[in-house]
Design a protein around this ligand. Structure first.
Ligand code: AMP
Length: 562
């Protein structure tokens, strides 16, 4: 089957996928569609997100499902709400010309009564997350006693998220006469075990060539000591302007730390991890999809379900333990026929781990040096020209009469001067900075460094931001700092519902004991933290007075910003 038109799928399905632009089936689709259409055996398919597996399992089932019956015939279980919504959306697109087929998504973090209401429409297809499905079975709102197909999507992820017992409970609610289709990016021990217990004589399909599909990704690695990691990351970002990328971290804490560092350094970045509420995660993903931010710092789990096709880079801020996770992460870029770059930051002691990844994935990963200041400026200049030729913007108009007589400049001089203005801050930042490429690395025994080191790093990061800003506000407006004021960093921001009025009140409270009223300068409330200025002589009172208070139950902390 080289084209969808050569498959036995019904004309209604072919018409719908044709409108979505699907012409040639992906590797996994080539293998699963004919199998599911013709065989009733269970299936284990090894395939990662982005390989087209949703269409791979749903198209043949949609072809066979009985749309005259109002019984649930297909249950798809998946690990996250995002993936659940994505699969539902895909299936609804595929069934555009099958009006009698109904699909309902059931997932946690959303009103259960509303979901119960939509189940009254008698959908034949349910896509759900395990926890919510169990709740609904308990409330007798779902009955799977007559399903024909059960799909376990991202089975490895569901098991590593602790859904094992839930899966077993749900499986026990389904008839033995059904076809179970298990999809997983990796074949972990748990996946093997659950397959053994719940699948009978399964046919196995492996899209062994996940890498082959991704030949268009260049893999690079950079050796850097723990303490230089953030600075190295900053250099990689600066040396790759116009990027749209995901930075993968290992833990939630690391994710937040890296995102905070980038935001403090005025990058359009944000964090995505499991410590955020569902609403916060939705907002971050929306901002990233709309490209309001162009850098997303994420954990592996949180990034699943995020469907973006045009990533230019994937950065492994920390290497994963599992080589397949490395492949999976990297495969986020280089989608939809575009080229992609995967960059890994490797601590010196991780060279064995890297070697293991290289051997088991057969990916060629090439060592590169952290770019120097000079190389960064060069890349930025190229970036400006790339934008000039690819993005013509007409954000505002102005009269040509505003353009002064420029005949004193040659064309080249004019471009040079405009670039100097545009890249001034960055050039100042890197002017006297030592290069990272040839530095000796400190081999910290504690992976994350001591708390004192980290605090010092944090202070330095903030200083860097003010260095880089060169006294400019985010909007680029020149801002003169008042000599009599001290600028403070404050650990709460908009997402803690902090408003300017609250900040004023907090400062006033902190300095209330003094006979004189403290002069308060600029207050800048950012997403996750804030900055404010108070008269210099009140420095100690502010520091002490603020840590003694709480805001909506949260600890408060102020530090001198520069
Ligand atoms: P999935 O692995 O199911 O998350 O799919 C990844 C992306 O590829 C989705 O945006 C699908 O809409 C798209 N896709 C799936 N199959 C095809 C195909 N045969 N041709 C073009 N795009 C596809």
């Amino acid at each position: 089957m080289n084209l969808f038109t050569e498959s036995n799928l019904s004309p209604d399905l072919l018409k719908a996928i044709g409108e979505l632009g699907y012409e040639t089936p992906t590797e996994i689709q080539k293998q699963t569609i004919p199998f599911i259409l013709s065989d009733t055996r269970d299936l284990i398919a090894l395939a990662a997100t982005g390989t087209g597996k949703t269409a791979a399992f749903s198209l043949p089932i949609l072809d066979m499902i009985d749309d005259t019956s109002r019984k649930i015939q297909l249950l798809v279980l998946c690990p996250t709400r995002e993936l659940c919504l994505q699969i539902t959306k895909d299936i609804k697109n595929y069934t555009k010309y099958l009006p009698h087929l109904k699909t309902t998504a059931v997932y946690g973090g959303s009103s259960i009564t509303e979901q119960i209401r939509s189940l009254r429409e008698k959908p034949q297809i349910i896509v759900g997350t395990p926890g919510r499905v169990i709740d609904l079975i308990g409330r007798k709102a779902l009955d799977f006693s007559e399903i024909h197909w059960l799909v376990l999507d991202e089975a490895d992820e569901m098991l590593s998220m602790g859904f094992k017992d839930d899966l077993e409970t749900i499986l026990s609610e389904t008839p033995s006469e059904k076809q179970t289709l298990l999809f997983s990016a990796t074949m972990s021990k748990e996946v093997e075990r659950i397959s053994k217990n719940y699948l009978s004589n399964p046919h196995r399909i492996s899209v062994g060539s996940i890498n082959a599909v991704k030949k268009n990704i260049t893999h690079e690695y950079y050796v850097v000591g723990y303490r230089q990691k953030k600075e190295a990351l900053k250099r990689l970002l600066d040396a790759n302007p116009n990027q749209y990328s995901i930075i993968f971290c290992r833990t939630r804490m690391e994710t937040q730390e890296v995102a905070d560092f980038l935001m403090q350094n005025a990058y359009a970045a944000d964090a995505l991890h499991g410590d955020l509420s569902q609403a916060q995660r939705d907002t971050v993903m929306k901002k990233f999809r709309l490209k309001n931010i162009d850098i997303l710092v994420a954990t592996d789990v949180a990034a699943r379900g995020l469907d973006v096709d045009s990533l230019t880079h994937v950065i492994h801020y920390s290497l994963p333990d599992d080589p397949e996770v490395f492949v999976h992460r990297s495969g986020r870029t280089g989608r939809a026929g575009k080229d992609g770059i995967s960059m890994s930051l490797i601590k010196p002691e991780e060279s064995r781990k890297l070697k293991q990844i290289k051997i088991s994935t057969k990916i060629e990963i090439v060592e590169k040096k952290i770019p120097t200041g000079e190389e960064i400026i060069k890349a930025q200049v190229e970036g400006v020209f790339e934008k000039l030729f690819t993005e013509h913007e007409d954000l505002f108009t102005f009269d040509d009469s505003l353009i002064p007589d420029l005949s004193a400049f040659s064309k080249e001089e004019l471009v040079h001067q405009l670039l100097q203005l545009q890249l001034r801050d960055l050039a100042l930042f890197y002017k006297d900075k030592k290069d990272l490429a040839d530095q000796k690395f400190s081999n910290d025994r504690d992976d994350r460094g001591s708390r004192r080191d980290r605090d010092r790093d944090r202070g330095r990061d903030r200083d860097r931001r003010s260095d880089r800003d060169g006294g400019r506000e985010r909007g680029g407006k020149p801002k003169r700092r008042n000599e009599n004021m001290t600028r403070f960093f404050f650990n709460l921001g908009k997402r803690d519902q902090l408003k300017k009025m609250d900040m004023l009140e907090i400062i006033n409270k902190a300095t209330a004991k003094s006979k004189k009223r403290a002069d308060i300068g600029d207050i800048e409330i950012l997403e996750k933290f804030s900055f404010f200025e108070v008269e210099k002589s009140f420095k100690d009172e502010v520091l002490k007075g603020i840590s003694a208070q709480k805001f909506k139950g949260k600890e408060m902390r102020a530090e001198v910003a520069n």
